[in-house]
Write a protein that binds this ligand. Structure first.
Ligand code: ADP
Ligand code: MG
Length: 264
């Protein structure tokens, strides 16, 4: 029997009377690029927090490679190949781009106060920065970067914590909470091209997004969450035609035509 890389079963998270997640089931195959969409307050960030370990679900199960993630700290999940980014980019403003990546590199020796950060795997850090389109800015202080570059840096940092693609066959899951939030159209296209590139390297990607051009032309599959429940799950073309999704979320005049197409 084939087992999906990620299995989410009956996932629920209640905050007092608020059912942020109310019994969510889905599976994601290795290497798939899946968008989780839905209105504000639908439960997307809560879902990510339950997968990555910032929140403890009220009920349900999360299996990664057949192994339960629940009860494991975020760092432990990261060792198993599960990394995330946040809705508002979390970077170290006073450090350079390269130093931010070097700080979180997987496999580097634990950092001591006498260590030179600059000597930590500089080639691998440089490679990750280049992939994120930051090669020209590696020595810039993060506080001086445009927001789009900070968001790409955060993605590079999440990758830095994962097993090296290619060199190590262990599977990874990258959770991106609104990777294109706050980005201008051109920055958004760069970001989503990067997301596709990461998925093409075999990383399983699950992301949330409000900008429909970063969803329908990018994801292999779209999940729609409303009031803590999945109301649609399918190919972008199918979800875009779903009457309930059109009526309650996309708008009846929604068209995929004219949206950016980053899928190969
Ligand atoms: P989304 O990311 O889809 O906008 P969220 O997962 O952030 O949605 O929120 C889902 C619901 O859960 C909302 O009603 C929100 O107010 C509530 N919620 C989220 N986090 C908390 C929390 N830490 N405490 C109380 N309520 C929360
Ligand atoms: Mg959110």
């Amino acid at each position: 029997m084939r087992t999906s890389a990620l299995q989410v079963q009956g996932l629920a998270k209640h905050f007092g009377g608020v059912r942020a997640l109310d019994g969510v089931d889905f599976e994601v195959d290795a290497g798939q690029c899946v968008a989780l969409i839905g209105p504000n307050g639908a439960g997307k960030s809560t879902c990510f927090a339950c997968l990555a370990g910032q929140q403890v679900p009220t009920a349900g199960e999360v299996l990664w490679q057949g192994q339960s993630l629940l009860g494991k700290a975020p760092a432990e999940r990261q060792r198993l190949g599960v990394a995330r980014t946040f809705q508002v980019a979390q970077t170290f403003e006073a450090l350079t781009v390269l130093q931010n990546i070097q700080l979180v590199l997987r496999g580097a020796a634990p950092l001591a106060w006498w260590d030179r950060l600059d000597r930590r795997q500089p080639e691998r850090a440089m490679h990750l920065a280049t992939q994120a389109g930051l090669a020209m800015m590696v020595h810039h202080t993060v506080a001086d970067l445009p927001y789009g570059a900070k968001k790409r840096l955060e993605l590079a940092m999440a990758l830095a914590g994962l097993p090296e693609a290619g060199a190590d066959p262990s599977p990874s899951l990258l959770l991106l909470d609104e990777p294109a939030a706050g980005l201008a159209v051109a920055e958004r296209a760069d970001m989503m091209a990067l997301v596709r590139e990461v998925a093409a390297q075999g990383v399983t990607v699950l992301y949330t997004e409000h900008n429909m051009d970063a969803v329908f032309g990018v994801a292999d599959r779209v999940l729609v969450l409303m009031h803590g429940r999945l109301v649609a799950d399918g190919a972008p073309e199918a979800v875009a035609q779903d009457p309930q999704v059109r009526e309650r979320y996309l708008g009846l005049d929604f068209e995929m035509k004219g949206l950016l197409d980053a899928r190969g």
